[in-house]
Write a protein that binds this ligand. Structure first.
Ligand code: DGJ
Length: 730
């Protein structure tokens, strides 16, 4: 059993292979957090200290001035009983009063991992994964409010998940004003916080700084998880590195607005928390109703952020991503966007497909511009009927022509959006989110459909099904190209529920498609990586990492992304040079090696413009990717050097059984007669010998992992190499 309950002391302990999480109900019924760290068999109640701290108040019935929730480590901090730090939960009752008093009301243990109604969540079974669920219910006697804290454990992966269900068992309406999911209180420590910031075309850059007094927070108020801050955060020892130091992470399994923070308080205690943003949030819960706070995945590693990332990779790749494509190598694709933008015809796409077939590429994706009157980005979103004149037939006919060349066929859609200049908007202007009487805010000239409405979702679902049923479409790119600014939905009871219900509506639509087309590969996208989160990965096992395909910038973007997400989830393509966004030119070999670090490998350029020499190189890349793809999909990922701080960038995939490894190195900077560079692999089988597949040289694993490999031939900027090693016995 991973979850142990001491009935007498009401102590709850969750054990994974390498970590322990502990909490206890105290004498007053409050649930206190005791510990989350390296595996221990002990009782951690001794960490609690009590003394009169002046301005920290005491619940009336406790009658002991040394007791205050303002100081004690909390499991689910709420507003109302004296904890003046950042709360996770705020509620208003029917009289308009704020505040509740959540005390222990019971618990239950169940085998397997809980699921969440209408929301994505980690899945794991009792038998295969040893998963278990602990549910602890807190109750507020005055209002009839119940708060159920759910904990899931995947012991082998060192993963603990949390979610919260709020129930109104009283007889009058409650308004939930803040509903966050997870909190970690540390009674002391000297920590750094890592977060992943960016912008369109420069997502998930690593930021790291020391936690000091006050709150550091990240979040999104854009209706999507956003390019600007990813819903994933790491807290670690100040001196933690890739392979040393204690690290804790939180990842939000949700694709809308969020808020995460780390706060060091007046007593040098630290609180890390994550959940829904409370901006524009105000959710009525009527008697008998419930409201679910989306899941947070937590992990702990005692030995560095590299191991922490591997825990998250395994959890997301195998227990969040689902379905037919989860464990399958994905097709190598050519996407029409950077090749043609809107300027294509059915014939020009067939020519692109013909060339792709010649280069052994697997699939042609027809990107934006195939429907309605869409020859630019100002119109036609919402009109998901093919432009037959432009395509020279239906989508099905075009797909057939592409299939006849031996290629699969894929399609771009942006189902949550509508253009003002569209038949859908002309027929249903009230289906778009806008605030009556206020000038609308346009993004890329488009509006956002009200996905809270079942009739809107049904319409879009039926339109998409009409295309998917008519054509042999094996892949869908699901785009989302603006932030949500205007929040007003005509059917909503309270406009404060719209942004949350929007995300539930999105998930409902995606789930219906996943159920109806189980073999359809869906790639998520939001102007590149503006919605790269564990929520989307439940429906779309890969996500277009960024619109920025410049290989130098991609080193940083993919490096940052790798902290929280597996390589199998990253869409990465080779594009033309000079790069369309940065104007930079780098060798095709480097563009290839960088794109091959993702599970969704492909090309994003006009293949017909390649020289014969470049075509040969592309054929070689395609062949090489086919060989390494299983390792990229299933291997353990190591960051060997950082594009932010090192002169070279390097990463590695090692087979789970250590039988093979792949080390990719790119030289970013070159100085005159510079010092020799070395790359030091990790995770090889100690004491074994490894053969370099290309040169035949045999190296002892211990030496490779100690001194490393010299990179003597890499002297020019952007020179790069992919080393492939096989264990000699393998
Ligand atoms: C934004 C995406 O990120 C691009 O790859 C492309 O699909 C365009 N949208 C199409 O409008």
């Amino acid at each position: 059993m991973s979850i142990v309950v001491d009935e007498e002391t009401l102590t709850f302990t969750i054990n994974t292979c390498a970590s322990t999480y502990q909490m206890q109900v105290d004498n007053h019924g409050y649930l206190l957090h005791l510990y989350y760290g390296a595996h221990t068999d002990g009782y951690m109640g001794y960490v609690l200290t009590y003394c009169d701290r002046g301005f920290s108040g005491t619940p009336q019935d406790v009658a002991d001035r040394t007791y205050s929730l303002d100081v004690l480590p909390q499991e689910y901090p709420f507003q109302g009983m004296g904890d003046m730090r950042n709360p996770l939960f705020v509620v208003r009752d029917a009289q308009g009063a704020y505040g509740c008093d959540l005390r222990f009301n019971g618990y239950a243990l169940t085998p397997g991992k809980y699921g969440l109604k209408g929301l994505p969540a980690v899945y794991a079974s009792a038998d295969a994964d040893g998963a278990e669920t602990l549910s602890i219910t807190l109750a507020d006697e005055r209002t009839g409010l119940e708060v159920e804290l759910l904990y899931g454990v995947l012991p082998q992966l060192d993963i603990i998940t949390r979610a919260v269900v709020v129930r109104n068992t009283g007889d009058s309406r409650l308004i939930v004003k803040r509903l966050q999911t997870a909190c970690l209180d540390f009674v002391h420590g000297d920590f750094d916080v890592m977060s992943f910031f960016g912008r369109h075309a420069m997502e998930r850059c690593l930021d790291r700084h020391r936690v000091s007094h006050g709150a550091f927070s990240i979040g999104s108020r854009r209706g999507s998880s956003s390019h600007q801050y990813n819903p994933m955060m790491v807290l670690c020892d100040h001196d933690a590195a890739e392979d040393s130091g204690k690290c804790w992470s939180m990842s939000f399994v949700y694709s809308g607005g969020f808020h995460a923070s780390v706060e060091k308080d007046q007593f040098e205690q630290t609180r890390m928390q994550m959940g829904l943003t409370d901006e524009l949030f105000s959710y009525p819960v009527e008697p008998g109703e419930e409201l679910v706070a989306p899941e947070v995945i937590m992990s702990f590693a005692n030995d560095g952020v590299g191991h922490l990332s591997q825990n998250l990779h395994q959890c997301i790749a195998k227990h969040v991503c689902r379905g037919y494509w989860r464990d399958r190598v994905r097709p190598i694709l050519i996407n029409s966007w950077e090749a043609h933008y809107f300027d294509f015809t059915g014939d020009s796409l067939v020519e692109l497909a013909r060339k792709a077939a010649d280069l052994n590429i697997d699939m042609l994706v027809m990107d934006d511009g195939w429907f309605g009157k869409r020859d630019n980005d100002t119109c036609a979103l919402g009109d998901w009927q093919p432009n037959v004149a432009k395509l020279g037939g239906t989508v099905g006919e075009l797909a057939r022509r592409v299939n006849e060349l031996g290629l699969k066929f894929g399609l771009w859609v942006e189902p949550e959006m509508v253009s003002i200049d569209s038949d859908l908007y002309r027929a249903h202007p009230d289906w778009a989110l806008d605030v009556p009487g206020k000038p609308m805010v346009l993004g890329r000239d488009q509006l956002v459909l009200d996905m809270t409405r079942a009739d809107v979702r049904d319409n879009i679902f039926e339109q998409l099904c009409a295309v998917l049923d008519e054509a042999n479409i094996e892949y869908l790119k699901w785009d989302f190209n603006r932030s949500i600014v205007d929040v007003f939905s005509r059917p909503a009871r309270d406009q404060g529920q719209v942004l949350y219900d929007y995300v539930l509506g999105l998930y409902d639509l995606l789930e219906r498609l996943c159920q109806r087309y189980p073999k359809l590969l869906i790639e998520g996208c939001a102007g590149g990586g503006g919605r790269f989160d564990a929520g989307m990965l439940y429906y779309t096992p890969q996500i277009w990492t960024s619109d920025n395909t410049d290989a130098v910038n991609r080193l940083a973007i993919q490096y940052g992304t790798s902290f929280g997400y597996p390589a199998s989830a990253m869409g990465a393509h080779v594009s033309a040079c000079p790069n369309e966004i940065t104007g930079r030119t780098v060798p095709l070999s480097m563009r290839g090696i960088v794109a091959m670090a993702g599970g969704g490998f492909g090309y994003e350029l006009d293949l017909l413009k390649l020289t014969d020499e470049e075509c040969d190189e592309v054929r070689a890349q395609v062949a090489e990717y086919r060989e390494i793809a299983p390792l990229v999909l299933n291997g353990k990922y190591y960051r060997l050097a950082s594009p932010f701080t090192d002169a070279l960038c390097a990463w590695e995939f090692v087979a789970q059984d250590g039988s093979e490894a792949l080390v990719a190195v790119v030289l970013c900077e070159v100085d005159g007669y510079g010092v020799s560079s070395y790359v030091v692999p990790r995770g090889l089988t100690p004491d074994a010998m490894y053969r370099d597949v290309e040169s035949g040289a045999v190296y002892p694993a211990n030496a490779l992992m100690d001194t490393g490999l010299p990179l003597a031939t890499m002297t020019s900027p952007f020179s790069n190499h992919l080393f492939r090693f096989k264990r000699v016995d393998a």
